[in-house]
Design a binder for this molecule. Structure first.
Ligand code: 4AD
Ligand code: MG
Length: 490
C-alpha cells in the first residue's frame, strides 16, 4: 500500500492495473442500501489506508466491513470520479475476495472510540492494529494533543512507531558499518555483573520434579541450581576484542532496577560501540555523530511516519529532529553543570532534588539543562567517581572519571559512556575501592595485563532514542512487547 500511495502522482499511473492486496480493515461502511461497501485497508506499511470498493455480488458485505477483519483481495486500481479527484486518493475496485480472516465485531476487544496508549498495553498482540478513530490522547501526564480523523481515515499509531523503530535499527547498522565497525554478538547469560551495581536478574535452572525423583532413584547427587545472570550491558564482553578493532553490539539488555517510570524498562535494547585507541573526546564525537545521523536518517527515510507523529503526538517532533541533526551539542563538565544548576537555584528555580557537587543528576536537572538553559542536547563529562562504575578511567584529579552522558530534551539521558581504565594497577585498586571482589574480574584484568589499550565506548538506550524521535511520553509504548514489573506475559 505504501508503494501505491506514496507515489508523487498518487498512483494515477497505476490506474487500470489489476493487483492483489492484503491487509486489515480499519473502517468499513455499507453504502447504497447494502449494494456496495467502502473499506479503509491498512497493511502496516505506512500510516495511510487504501480505499477498497466492494460490491455485494463479490463478497458478503456484512462480513468484510467489520473493523479488524483480515482481507486478501484482487482488484483493479481506479482513480476517483472527476469531481472527487484531488480530494480522494486512488481506490481499488475489488473483483475477487481471496481470503477473509473474519472478526466478530461484537467481541473485538478494541473499541471504535478513543483509545489511549495505556489501554492498548493490555492488548499487546493487537496494538499494531490500533484504531485512532475520533481522537487519541497519549498515556502520559503531558497528553494535550487531541486530533480528528485524518483524510485517510483510521491509522495505526503503534504501527507507525514500529516502522520508526525499524528505520532507526537500519540506520544504526548503516552508521557503524559505514565507519568500519564490526557487529559482534555477545552473550546474554553471564555470571559477571559488569556495571558492578548489582541490578541483575537471576536465571535459575530448576530441574523439574520428575527428573529429580529419577535422579534420586539412581542415587545421583541431588540436582543443583545453577544461578546465572542476564547481561546488564556488554561492556566487558566487547572489551575483550576491542584491542583488535572497533566493534559494536545491538541487543537486549536487562535491568532488575525499579522500572516504574516512563523512561525505564526491565528489558530494553542497547546499542554499544567500543572504539580502540579512543579517548573520551573521541567517544563524545562518535556519540554526537551517531545521534545526529539517526535524526537525519529519519527525516530522509521515514517522513510520512514522522508527519503522523507530529499530527497525533508531538507537534515539535520533526522540528526536534531537524534541530538535533544540524546542531553542535553543548558540552559541559559535570562541575560546570552543577554550577549552572546552583546558579538556577540561587535565582529561585525550584528543584525537588538537592543540587551539590557529588549528586547524580536527576531527570529534573537534565530537563533544566536541555530544555530551559540550552534548548539543545548537552553532553556532560567527567563525573564524580563515586557515582560511576569501577571500569571508567580515573582522571588526574583522582576525584572524577572520564565518563560522559548525552542528555537530550524531552527524554534526559539518552547515552551513557566512558573512556575505560586501561591501567592494570589503577583498575585493580578501583575494583577494591568500590568494594567489589577481584576474582570475578580477573579475566577483565587480564586484558590490562596483556597488551592493554586505551579505549572508549558508550551505550545508547534504543527505546529512549525512539521516545526522543517520536515524542511519545511512555517508554512502554515504543517497544512491541514491553517488560516492566508486573508485565512479562504478553
Ligand atoms: O548509562 P548506562 O547504564 O551505561 C551502560 O550500560 C554502559 N555499560 C554502556 C557502555 O558504555 N557500553 O546505560 C546506557 C543507556 C542509558 O543512557 C539509557 O539510555 C539506557 O541505556 N538505559 C535504559 N533504557 C531503558 N530502560 C532502562 N532500565 C535503562 N537503563 C539504561
Ligand atoms: Mg547511565
Amino acid at each position: 500500500i505504501r508503494t501505491i500511495l506514496t507515489r508523487p502522482d498518487g498512483g494515477a499511473a497505476l490506474s487500470g492495473q489489476t493487483l492483489k492486496v492484503g491487509g486489515w480493515v480499519k473502517k468499513g461502511r455499507e453504502q447504497g442500501k447494502g449494494t456496495f461497501a467502502f473499506i479503509e485497508l491498512n497493511d502496516g506499511s505506512c500510516p495511510a489506508n487504501l480505499q477498497l470498493i466492494i460490491y455485494a455480488d463479490v463478497a458478503p458485505l456484512g462480513q468484510v466491513v467489520a473493523t479488524g477483519t483480515c482481507l486478501h483481495v484482487e482488484g483493479v486500481l481506479q482513480m476517483p470520479p472527476e469531481d472527487k479527484q484531488g480530494k480522494q486518493a486512488i481506490e481499488l475496485k475489488v473483483v475477487k475476495v481471496l481470503e477473509i480472516g473474519s472478526v466478530d465485531s461484537s467481541k473485538y476487544p478494541l473499541p471504535k472510540t478513543r483509545l489511549t496508549l495505556e489501554f492498548l498495553r493490555d492488548y499487546v498482540h493487537l496494538r499494531p492494529r490500533t484504531n485512532t478513530v475520533s481522537s487519541v490522547e497519549t498515556a502520559g501526564s503531558n497528553s494535550k494533543f487531541r486530533f480528528q480523523v485524518p483524510v485517510h481515515g483510521l491509522t495505526g499509531s503503534i504501527a507507525a512507531i514500529a516502522r520508526i523503530r525499524n528505520t532507526l535499527a537500519y540506520a544504526t547498522h548503516t552508521f557503524f558499518q559505514k565507519h568500519g565497525f564490526l557487529y559482534v554478538h555477545t552473550p546474554i547469560i553471564t555470571t559477571s555483573d559488569c556495571e558492578g551495581a548489582g541490578e541483575m536478574f537471576q536465571v535459575t535452572t530448576l530441574i523439574n520434579e520428575a527428573e529429580k525423583i529419577e535422579k534420586e532413584l539412581i542415587k545421583n547427587p541431588p540436582p543443583s541450581q545453577e544461578d546465572v545472570d542476564l547481561a546488564k550491558s556488554d561492556v566487558k564482553g566487547k572489551g575483550e576484542i576491542v584491542a583488535k578493532l572497533n566493534v559494536y553490539t545491538f541487543g537486549p539488555t536487562f535491568r532488575a532496577e525499579n522500572s516504574h517510570t516512563s523512561r525505564h524498562l526491565a528489558e530494553f535494547w542497547m546499542v554499544e560501540p567500543e572504539i580502540a585507541f579512543a579517548d573520551i573526546e573521541d567517544d563524545m564525537k562518535c556519540a554526537e555523530a551517531y545521534v545526529r545521523f539517526l535524526c537525519q536518517w529519519l527525516l530522509d527515510n521515514c517522513l510520512d511516519d514522522m508527519e503522523f507523529m507530529v499530527e497525533k503526538f508531538d507537534k515539535n517532533a520533526i522540528k526536534r529532529l531537524q534541530m538535533v541533526s544540524s546542531t553542535n551539542f553543548v558540552r559541559l563538565s559535570y562541575t560546570e553543570a552543577v554550577t549552572i544548576l546552583e546558579e538556577a537555584v540561587s535565582k529561585g528555580h525550584k528543584f525537588e532534588n538537592k543540587v551539590e557537587w557529588g549528586i547524580d543528576l536527576a531527570s529534573e536537572h537534565e530537563k533544566y539543562l536541555t530544555e530551559v538553559k540550552f534548548e539543545s542536547p548537552v553532553i556532560v563529562y567527567n563525573y564524580p567517581k563515586g557515582i560511576k562504575s569501577f571500569y571508567m578511567k580515573l582522571n588526574p584529579d583522582k576525584k572524577t572519571v572520564a565518563a560522559m552522558d548525552v542528555l537530550v530534551p524531552k527524554v534526559g539521558e539518552l547515552i551513557g559512556g566512558s573512556q575505560r581504565e586501561e591501567n592494570y594497577e589503577v583498575l585493580k585498586e578501583r575494583i577494591l575501592e568500590m568494594g567489589l571482589p577481584l576474582e570475578p574480574y580477573e579475566w577483565y584484568l587480564d586484558l590490562r595485563r596483556y597488551g592493554t589499550v586505551k579505549h572508549s565506548g558508550f551505550g545508547l538506550g534504543f527505546e529512549r532514542m525512539i521516545l526522543f524521535a517520536t515524542g511519545i511520553d511512555n517508554i512502554r509504548d515504543v517497544i512491541p512487547f514491553p517488560r516492566y514489573p508486573g508485565r512479562a506475559d504478553l
